[in-house]
Design a protein around this ligand. Sequence first.
Ligand SMILES: Cc1cc2nc3c(=O)[nH]c(=O)nc-3n(C[C@H](O)[C@H](O)[C@H](O)COP(=O)(O)OP(=O)(O)OC[C@H]3O[C@@H](n4cnc5c(N)ncnc54)[C@H](O)[C@@H]3O)c2cc1C
Ligand SMILES: *[C@@H]1O[C@H](CO)[C@@H](O)[C@H](O)[C@H]1NC(C)=O
Ligand SMILES: *[C@@H]1O[C@H](CO)[C@@H](O)[C@H](O)[C@H]1NC(C)=O
Ligand SMILES: *[C@@H]1O[C@H](CO)[C@@H](O)[C@H](O)[C@H]1NC(C)=O
Ligand SMILES: *[C@@H]1O[C@H](CO)[C@@H](O)[C@H](O)[C@H]1NC(C)=O
Ligand SMILES: *[C@@H]1O[C@H](CO)[C@@H](O)[C@H](O)[C@H]1NC(C)=O
Ligand SMILES: *[C@@H]1O[C@H](CO)[C@@H](O)[C@H](O)[C@H]1NC(C)=O
Ligand SMILES: *[C@@H]1O[C@H](CO)[C@@H](O)[C@H](O)[C@H]1NC(C)=O
Ligand SMILES: *[C@@H]1O[C@H](CO)[C@@H](O)[C@H](O)[C@H]1NC(C)=O
Ligand SMILES: *[C@@H]1O[C@H](CO)[C@@H](O)[C@H](O)[C@H]1NC(C)=O
Ligand SMILES: *[C@@H]1O[C@H](CO)[C@@H](O)[C@H](O)[C@H]1NC(C)=O
Ligand SMILES: *[C@@H]1O[C@H](CO)[C@@H](O)[C@H](O)[C@H]1NC(C)=O
Ligand SMILES: *[C@@H]1O[C@H](CO)[C@@H](O)[C@H](O)[C@H]1NC(C)=O
Length: 599
Amino acid sequence: MKPSFIHNVLATSALLGSHVLAATITDPSQLKVLTYDYVIVGAGNAGLVVANRLTENSNVTVLVLEAGVSDEGVVSVMAPFLGTTVTPNTPFDWNYTVAPQVGLDNRSFPYPRGRLLGGCSSANYLLHQYAPNDDWNRLANVTGDPNWAWDNMSKYVQRHEDFVAPSDGHDPTGQFIPALHSTTGEVPVSLPVFNQSIDARVIATTKQLAEFPFNEDTSMIQQALGTGWVQSTMSKGVRRSSSNTYLADANTRPNLTVVINAMVVKLLSTASPSGIPAFQSVVFTDGRSTSGTPTFTVQATKEVILSAGSIGTPQILQLSGIGNSADLTPLNIPVLVNSPMVGRNLIDHTLLPNMFSVKGNDSYDDTLRDPVQLQNAINQWATNKTGFISNNLINHYGFARVNSSLITIPDPSSGPNSPHFEMLFVNFWLDPAVSVPSTGNFLTIVTVLLTPTSRGTVTIRSTNPFDAPLIDPHMLTTDFDVTAMRESVKAIKRFAAAPAWSDYVIGPFGNLSATADADIDAYVRQHSTTIFHPTGTASMTSKNSTNGVVNPDFTVKGTSGLRIVDLSVLPFIPASHPQGPVYLLAERAADIIKGVVAQ
Ligand SMILES: Cc1cc2nc3c(=O)[nH]c(=O)nc-3n(C[C@H](O)[C@H](O)[C@H](O)COP(=O)(O)OP(=O)(O)OC[C@H]3O[C@@H](n4cnc5c(N)ncnc54)[C@H](O)[C@@H]3O)c2cc1C
Ligand SMILES: *[C@@H]1O[C@H](CO)[C@@H](O)[C@H](O)[C@H]1NC(C)=O
Ligand SMILES: *[C@@H]1O[C@H](CO)[C@@H](O)[C@H](O)[C@H]1NC(C)=O
Ligand SMILES: *[C@@H]1O[C@H](CO)[C@@H](O)[C@H](O)[C@H]1NC(C)=O
Ligand SMILES: *[C@@H]1O[C@H](CO)[C@@H](O)[C@H](O)[C@H]1NC(C)=O
Ligand SMILES: *[C@@H]1O[C@H](CO)[C@@H](O)[C@H](O)[C@H]1NC(C)=O
Ligand SMILES: *[C@@H]1O[C@H](CO)[C@@H](O)[C@H](O)[C@H]1NC(C)=O
Ligand SMILES: *[C@@H]1O[C@H](CO)[C@@H](O)[C@H](O)[C@H]1NC(C)=O
Ligand SMILES: *[C@@H]1O[C@H](CO)[C@@H](O)[C@H](O)[C@H]1NC(C)=O
Ligand SMILES: *[C@@H]1O[C@H](CO)[C@@H](O)[C@H](O)[C@H]1NC(C)=O
Ligand SMILES: *[C@@H]1O[C@H](CO)[C@@H](O)[C@H](O)[C@H]1NC(C)=O
Ligand SMILES: *[C@@H]1O[C@H](CO)[C@@H](O)[C@H](O)[C@H]1NC(C)=O
Ligand SMILES: *[C@@H]1O[C@H](CO)[C@@H](O)[C@H](O)[C@H]1NC(C)=O
């Protein structure tokens, strides 16, 4: 399947000297010091938060090992609108694909993961929010640790977020609630900076249809449901990732060492005074290699912190003999720690691109089809960071619930104010699997299942760390999930039938025209894919539970000297875009590791 968002981008020129990677070692064989207090595996979204916070104390030494490359000066990474071109199947991607999905007509598709400084925070689409309050309250409940409740997590917004004025200079009054936000944190967050021709129609719909109320602040800090203006990790027309914020601010500290092109292949069991297996030794190789040799070994005197993400973390655990014996024994990997849930409980949000044909030439389709216009827009961005390339892909999204009369299982959402599905309003044809037709103008309303009940797996196929694991999110394999997707399709058709669209929308494109439930379900299975949010493969449970991988303090059950800090630890997928939750959980992890909050 040909990924198709925008074909014509020249993403190779290095234009930005946005941060200098003074402490970054690019060749793993050049690493001279082989013992550190902490070794962090993965310079991704979460890993660089922890690296920054731990090295605030100059007496603490930290090594970060990242398999991928630098993000510095990469146009496709830095230009907000070009987020869809960073992956899949680029030098910045792990290039995974999913197993054929039985719930999706046995289709397989790319499963991108950022393989560069910042990890997925350098490859994502910049949308930023914090999950519904009740998602955190539910986490407190299931882990038995009240510190995870929203009232206790909200303080990390102050430390993480730096809400900035939109760079186009417009007055954002009414597009967000300033009192909810922080201007003192690390990562700039901005409202849209370029108006799109559908903006007024989206806002008008929230006034015309009571079913789709306006939400004045989509961060979910105060309210999760409703439609409003997106908030994005960007400032001055440039993406902000954990790399050009948390790492850039810590990079000159002598006690932080970051190695890129350093791929971790396993952890080694080390002597443990407590008798509980310790894993404080990390084996890595050159990430540009395909043979995996030579290898290098470093020691953590205090802890190893795995931040390799929801695919990389279970893969490394399994390669190290920490996992489900049913997965390890067939590969002749000695089971050092029998941890049955490693790689299980994979949860992802299902994405469905729904297209409507529209009148006129106001959508971006003609511009995106024309290499000259697109290059001019990119050149403008390169010159002064203005124009639509300086803005995110979309300006609005909305969050809604499935009518409770249709839910025949215990409600999978975290509470009555938490959404089941999302709608993203896109001013052009946006389908990761199908290229835009050569003519026509389109409105895409993407819908996303936020509370899936399907569960999948990540399992290594061999002892070779270069073999991609088998990734099976097992999408749409429950009645609830199919019902919720069907309802999302019906909902966006009602949305597009509001008076605000009557002189614009011509009608549904392709099989979106289906009206019978069975036909909508068939359409859903034909076109659904991922919005790239794998979660839960090293899930957190209460300290006394063995039905999980980590404890509420991120320590790995059955081990010592080892924690996991990334999205793999959340036992339920956030009912929002997940990078905000990742930032908050990483800030909390750093506090716990530093001992500044009680455990
Ligand atoms: C295309 C795309 C679009 C997205 N859009 C959004 C969005 O708009 N908003 C949003 O909130 N979320 C979005 N997400 C999801 C979000 O970015 C991720 O859920 C989140 O960043 C994950 O953070 P993490 O720290 O768990 O993992 P990551 O950020 O993936 O970090 C893992 C790091 O570990 C490294 N690593 C892995 N294995 C090894 C190894 N063996 N050795 C060394 N290093 C290793 C990786 O290269 C990576 O740098 C998107 C994701 C993708 C892929
Ligand atoms: C660092 O160590 C020195 C010497 O032990 C000590 O005096 C100092 O207080 C420490 N600094 C911090 C921030 O812990
Ligand atoms: C992913 O594919 C791209 C394009 O073929 C390639 O440059 C890159 O090296 C691949 N990444 C990995 C991890 O193999
Ligand atoms: C998908 O594959 C499974 C197993 O191979 C098969 O039983 C099923 O019929 C297939 N479904 C479709 C829709 O092709
Ligand atoms: C947490 O558990 C309590 C007691 O079981 C329950 O009343 C409450 O609704 C739960 N909250 C969430 C968000 O699950
Ligand atoms: C384990 O802890 C959880 C959360 O505190 C609690 O609900 C549960 O009853 C405990 N289970 C046992 C067996 O002690
Ligand atoms: C959680 O936050 C509330 C409100 O700020 C506070 O009263 C309470 O002590 C906190 N609980 C814990 C366990 O820290
Ligand atoms: C964009 O739209 C917003 C909200 O409608 C408005 O405040 C702003 O002035 C507009 N900007 C431009 C450049 O038209
Ligand atoms: C940590 O910093 C001290 C001086 O502040 C220096 O002596 C030491 O070499 C540094 N260690 C590392 C691993 O960078
Ligand atoms: C749209 O653009 C095309 C080519 O640029 C032009 O031929 C056509 O007339 C335009 N249509 C409208 C409705 O403006
Ligand atoms: C940015 O550059 C474009 C042309 O490339 C120009 O039209 C625009 O006025 C410039 N904007 C600013 C704010 O300088
Ligand atoms: C939910 O469905 C019931 C039964 O079909 C209907 O009466 C009710 O109006 C619906 N509620 C909403 C909010 O749409
Ligand atoms: C539309 O649905 C029909 C019947 O299920 C199917 O044969 C056709 O391939 C679908 N079209 C697309 C573009 O998926």
